[in-house]
Design a protein around this ligand. Structure first.
Ligand SMILES: Nc1nc2c(ncn2[C@@H]2O[C@H](COP(=O)(O)O)[C@@H](O)[C@H]2O)c(=O)[nH]1
Ligand SMILES: [Mg+2]
Length: 550
């Protein structure tokens, strides 16, 4: 990935108009180009866009604020959906099927659910489930509901406004009545919830007695949760990681480059050691010609510290008194530590234990909190840490807002969207200018009308104002026409684009970062809380990154 040009301490910015960063609207402004596909050898190229490598728009890095990599002493990663990009069509389908099985066999839902199928492309991040009403919402940054579906049926404008637009006290749209779809892990449960809402409406007698929409959501959540805990998902991934996780040949060169830069590197994941080892081994191991994987611990060489079972976001609370155990990689055994320092077990001498623990180039732990991590990495100030994650709440919010870590959010969905926005950049700029022109004239008209109504003028002055008003009104009509024409051209241009590009914006939910002209709630969270974000595709190194916050 290479996130920052700053690996040799130079930052290169693009002006707002040159950058797809403008797609973020209000805040995001600058993009850094730094990825290429040559591995470690390309270090010099990553340092600046003038380095000679033209980078695909979908693989650029978007930043809300520049970051001087000179100050970053440690770079950390989340694992699931950050380093490991799961394939939704297999992985999320597995979660979907596992959840249905539990609903039917453990929670009394009818067996016909077993025939249901999952569309992994239907739901998107940033949506909000209204658990009580059975609705799925997309809202803008001010939390105004812009799109609302009851199950899979779109609410009429009247119903939408009647339900969400008229409350005197603004709804916060947060837990416990609402659920945020803020991780890719939640797409399957959101889809299943919509299916159950439709099913209940059409077959009221068939869902378990007393199961209202909220109750059904609770059942789905509990079943999904169990799938993550009881091995339903992890056993299957462990058997055949390639089926569920995208291979990424750029990850190892990225780690090598980070190590060569002299920075500390760490992994903090909520997954436990056994699973972490399987996934990281898959991502970092060299594959034999027959596709088989040699399972070893080589990947540990890329890290100073690995924290598994971290229980984020709780991990980011320094006052969290979570015990930290050392993991013995070979056996998976947990060993007691004294706040991360190896502790002699009864029967072994303290010097033996200390030597064994401290000689390792990478130490693996389970649990603990951020204070332990800082101590293990000798971090003096949290602003020296950059952390890359995929979950706004789990990975970014607290680590950035309270601790002051620099943070980066992975948004794989954007890679495709920015390509389309780039294709349309001239037209979009023209549309923006025409809209501004129209708004300006409308403002002047409003002003004049107001003055004519409430202020007193001489007759000749009044006459002048009335004729000015007439002129402005005709200007406004022209501006409206020009804007409409540009909008038509824009649609026409979209129609003319290759089919694959046209399909980029979601057919139901539209652009991820926008609702109409406003930033979506998801975009707002992103620009408000995270530092930046790389996104998926084949190579994390080449991923799209959004920087925000701070
Ligand atoms: N018990 C649950 N575990 C979940 C759920 N959704 C995801 N997960 C697990 O969390 C970790 C994420 O790891 P990280 O590397 O991103 O920190 C992974 O093991 C998932 O299986 C859930 O709803 N319940
Ligand atoms: Mg994750």
């Amino acid at each position: 990935m290479l996130i920052y040009s700053g690996f040799n301490q130079s930052n290169s910015h693009y002006s707002k108009d040159d950058s797809a960063g403008t797609i973020l609207g209000d805040k995001a402004s600058q993009s850094h180009l730094m990825a290429n596909s040559n591995g470690v050898e390309g270090l010099h190229v990553w340092s600046s866009p003038e380095g000679g490598c033209k980078i695909d728009i979908g693989k650029q890095i978007f930043c809300n604020r520049s970051l001087n990599m000179k100050n970053i002493l440690a770079v950390g990663f989340d694992m699931d959906y950050t380093l490991a990009q799961y394939k939704p069509e297999t992985f999320e389908s597995l979660a979907y099927e596992g959840t249905i099985t539990k609903l039917v066999y453990d929670l009394g839902y009818p067996p016909e659910l077993l025939e249901w199928t999952f569309d992994p492309k239907y739901m998107v991040r940033g949506l909000v489930l209204d658990k009580k009403r059975g609705n799925i919402l997309k809202m803008d940054r001010h939390k105004y509901v812009k799109l609302a579906y009851h199950g899979f049926r779109e609410l009429s404008k009247e119903d939408k406004v009647g339900t969400y637009g008229n409350t005197l006290i603004r709804d916060s749209f947060d837990e416990p009545d609402y659920a945020l779809i803020d991780t890719l892990f939640s797409l399957a449960e959101a889809y299943l919830f919509a299916q159950l809402v439709d099913y209940k409406d059409n077959n009221p007698g068939k869902v378990p007695e007393g199961a209202d929409y909220s109750h059904m959501y609770k059942d789905v959540r509990a079943a999904v949760d169990l799938c993550h805990r009881d091995g339903t998902l992890k056993q299957m991934v462990a058997k055949d990681p390639k089926r569920y996780i995208n291979e990424d040949t750029s990850i190892v060169p990225m780690f090598k480059m980070l190590r060569a830069s002299g920075r500390s590197t760490f992994l903090v994941t909520n997954s436990l050691w056994d699973y972490t080892n399987i996934v990281m081994n898959f991502l970092c191991a060299s594959h034999a010609l027959d596709g088989s994987l040699s399972c070893n611990f080589d990947w540990l060489q890329y890290f100073d510290v690995v924290v598994t079972g971290s229980a984020k976001p709780g991990f980011f609370h320094e006052e969290n008194r979570a015990n930290i155990f050392e993991v013995e990689p070979e056996s998976g055994m947990l060993l007691n530590t004294d706040n991360g320092t190896p502790m002699p077990q009864v029967g072994s001498t303290s010097s033996e234990v200390l030597l064994k623990g401290l000689n390792k180039s990478c130490r693996v732990f389970q649990g603990g909190n951020v204070a332990h991590l800082h101590k293990l990495l000798s971090i003096e100030s949290s602003s020296q840490v950059l952390y890359v994650g995929d979950h706004i709440y789990g990975d970014i919010l607290r680590s950035k807002k309270v601790l002051g870590w620099r943070t980066m959010l992975v948004v794989p969905e954007l890679e495709r969207e920015v390509k389309l926005l780039w294709e349309l950049r001239d037209l979009r700029k023209q549309l923006r200018l025409l809209r501004n022109e129209r708004d300006l004239v409308e403002d002047q008209i409003h002003h004049l009308k107001w003055s004519l109504k409430f202020e007193s003028f001489r007759d000749d002055e009044k006459q002048k104002m009335i004729s000015a008003l007439g002129e402005l009104e005709s200007q406004r009509d022209q501006a409206r026409l020009a804007h409409q024409q540009a909008q038509r051209e824009c649609h026409q241009k979209v129609e003319e684009l290759p089919f694959s590009i046209r399909l980029i914006f979601h057919k139901i939910w539209g652009q991820l970062m926008k609702t109409g002209y406003q930033n979506s709630r998801f975009a707002h969270q992103l620009t408000g809380y995270s530092h930046f974000a790389p996104s998926g595709g084949k190579a994390l190194r080449d991923r799209l990154v959004i920087q925000s916050g701070q």
